[in-house]
Ligand binder design. Sequence first.
Ligand code: 6R9
Length: 648
Amino acid sequence: MSESKIYPVPPAIAATAHINQARYQQLYQQSVKDPDGFWAEQAQEFVTWFQPWTRVLDYNYGPDEVYIRWFEGGKLNVAYNCLDRHLEKRGDQVAIVWESDDPNVDRRLTYRELHTEVCKLANVLKSRGVNKGDRVCIYMPMIPEAAVAMLACARIGAVHSVVFGGFSPDSLRDRILDSDCRVLITADEGVRGGRHVPLKKNADHAMAECPDVTTCLVVKRTGNAVEWRDGRDIWYHDAMAGASDQCAAEPMDAEDPLFILYTSGSTGKPKGVLHTTGGYLVFAAMTHRYSFDYQDGEMYWCTADVGWVTGHTYIVYGPLANGAKSLMFEGIPNYPDMSRFWQVVDKHQVNIFYTAPTAIRALMRAGEAPVKQTSRASLRILGSVGEPINPEAWEWYYHVVGDGRCPIADTWWQTETGGHLITPLPGATPLKPGSATQPFFGVVPALVDATDGTPIAGAGEGALVITRPWPGQMRTVYGDHQRFIDTYFKQYPGYYFSGDGARRDNDGDYWITGRIDDVLNVSGHRLGTAEIESALVLHSAVAEAAVVGYPHDIKGQGIYAYVTVMAGITQTDELKRELVQLVRNEIGAIATVDIIQWAPSLPKTRSGKIMRRILRKIAANEISTLGDTSTLADPTVVEELIAHRANQ
Ligand code: 6R9
């Protein structure tokens, strides 16, 4: 593989950054040599405590017993930290800018307004019997009320469980039941790309099998007719109209639960990842400020949905804890047209923009014109999250979107980690396209041999594990602590196992290769699917590619590539040959793609992750056992791929 380019830190960014190169080195050293001292300082700097902690960290990483406790004895409230403490200095500053699906409609909420709404909703929840520790389900579109709902729960010590608005009624039901939520907050409908999403109708289906849900608060977003069950269903605006705006923030223990967020594992039903209060908030605030070099007064936009962890930490909790201006977008990147993201950037003068590689690739496919018709002069920092960003997309993001001015923070983390674990810092870290680069403060990653767990020193490749706790780490799987231990601490004893593979280069920079279960073994050689995909998309005719293994008589596994071509490209055998050659050239002869299937589009979850499990099944011709396809954004994509399955 060719040596990657290095983009040095732009001097103008380093000059004003919170963290420059020297500071990173110094603080990182301190964070690993004296973790207790380091985290005590950070906890003081980023969070306002009602009562100090008595012990910074107490933990056991198994294998039999696992517990992680940060800032024990400390008392705080997350909503207080995100709202009340800002009122004096920035009560009239905007907290949330809401850009609706319709480009002509937006809304601003100041910290004072947000505080008022949160207090009122907190009182509404109390009046419906919600107590500290109770779970509340939030099934909402991307409207400010989603953030209000999360913060209202946090204010009274209720534990929220946000379920992504694109999930089906059955998924919603399972999640409500798993965490025994008695209150559900939703909206009549959501609006995305001009289409309406029937949230209340879905919620009705789910609640039909959730007899313990006694309250359903419904925000009126579109005003279209919905079914109603008197006594249970209550209009949000009616309840809010009569609610007091005075509500004291409940003092919470640092280790009291803050939220549950379900995430798919490699097997079984989704896990309820549980995060707690003190450590999570310290880590959310600190990573938000440093990874994006957030400067006071800047406009910050994370395009994620609040239904995912990225929305939790980097739309709501991190930015608001830092008193930031956080933009919340209801729509999609290609509505009304492919220029929407950049129009929103110009309209709201966005300084920091954080999105996913899948969006970048989709936009890249439409060419430069929709980008170049906008100014984007306000942009200072770019971010990437959710999957490895292939160098091709990285370069396009950097040069076309950022005009070669804006460092890209390629942030590696997970629902389980609460916040960024491996990421460049804009003022400190030279960038390599496709590398998440260096560990965040206090994070000690390691690579171990995926098969036998032997630690790997220096440059190498293996399973990515983390050697000691960080404050944002999940504490348990809700209701199933054994599953927590089994999933994360059994395979490589003494470590937290991320499920990802990674490579570390001679500079100590990390390159995430993807989930370990996506690693192919071709004739005894290991190949990252992401690596092959990156090679494929180097071809100017290729928009996107997904690679899986399939059973091969001689090699063990063969390489099966699903390739989406750029608009207007003809799918020829000649092009297939070119692609096979390209991958061989980039990686080596072992990486000879066996089969290429043209894919009009790839099956993705609603959060944009390619569902490789399904692609593997199609490639292996195990179509009768596709498994759960309920999280697919568009099921017809799969039918199409099956119909045109390549002959082996
Ligand atoms: C935040 C989030 C976690 C998985 C993770 C990894 C992949 C996320 C990445 C990345 C390479 C990055 N991932 N960020 N891979 N580079 N910058 O996405 O959480 O939905 O739980 O997914 O996503 O495979 O293990 P989550």
